[in-house]
Design a binder for this molecule. Structure first.
Ligand code: GLN
Length: 255
């Protein structure tokens, strides 16, 4: 008898504790007072960059506008691109917007918003380089890429086939410099980023050949735990597209 009472008491307590933890568990639901941490890669104009003390760019304006439209608070955390997905997994970040391409491999780890920008990879060489016209002319050469990117994946996946040596950098400017200095023969970067950088700065680089792939940028949250946040991000994005604000933001940087 006593045992039975103890057992029922134990069950009641367990149930209560369970109910409490459900009440406190904010995963999945969006808390208006919480400040959501957004991981960004500020070496990536026109999507994200630092101008003095402020962050600017298409991604910055988009996520700010989405948060405003959907009534949630955010703060930015700048880091190397390669650190962003690990930081999401470690729950040091809630959201990532970083010119991040939606890929099947990443989809296993994160949930992506609807696509918000069309991109894709392109080969880049020094301005006065005339023998390299496509990835098939890279045999025996060094190719610079940025850690954790789709460009790095393309280069390492095709290293044997193309006969290239891959060198990896933490950020885009370091990778650009490597080719400008002649330390690497080529680099692989997202088309919209390198074409913008090449116009804005005197990089001494040029784009060659066709795009190596086509992909789309998405906003990422940790997989399976942020359904409502993701819904809000998608709703906000759709609202911005509908109101014309999306175009306005893109035009601010890409006109
Ligand atoms: N779009 C590329 C990727 O997702 C590069 C992103 C970046 O360098 N910020 O891997």
């Amino acid at each position: 008898m006593k045992k039975k009472i103890m057992m029922s008491l134990f069950m009641v307590v367990t149930l209560l504790l369970g109910a409490c933890s459900i009440g406190n568990d904010d995963s999945g639901t969006v808390d208006k007072d919480k400040v959501y941490k957004v991981g960004i890669d500020v070496t990536y104009p026109p999507f994200e960059y630092k101008d003095g003390d402020t962050y600017k760019g298409i991604d910055i304006d988009l996520i700010n506008a989405i948060a405003k439209d959907q009534d949630f608070k955010i703060e930015f955390e700048a880091m190397d691109f390669g650190g962003i997905i690990p930081a999401l997994q470690a729950k040091q970040l809630d959201i990532a917007i970083a010119g991040m391409s939606i890929t099947p491999e990443r989809k296993k780890i994160v949930d992506f918003s609807d696509p918000y920008f069309e991109a894709g990879l392109i080969l880049v060489v020094k301005e006065d380089e005339n023998t390299i016209k496509s990835v098939n002319d890279l045999k025996g050469k060094k190719v610079a890429v940025k850690k954790g990117t789709t460009g790095a994946k393309y280069a390492t996946d095709n290293a044997d086939k193309l006969g290239i040596e891959v060198t990896q950098f933490n950020d885009s400017p370091a990778m650009f410099q490597e080719v400008k200095n002649g330390n690497a023969a080529a680099l692989i970067e997202d088309y919209p980023v390198i074409s913008y950088a090449n116009k804005q700065q005197n990089l001494g680089l040029k784009l060659v050949g066709d795009r190596l792939n086509g992909d789309n940028y998405g906003i990422a949250v940790l997989k399976g735990e942020n359904e409502e946040l993701l819904k809000k991000i998608n709703k906000g994005l759709a609202n911005l597209r509908e109101s014309g604000e999306y175009d306005k933001i893109v035009d601010t940087y890409l006109k």
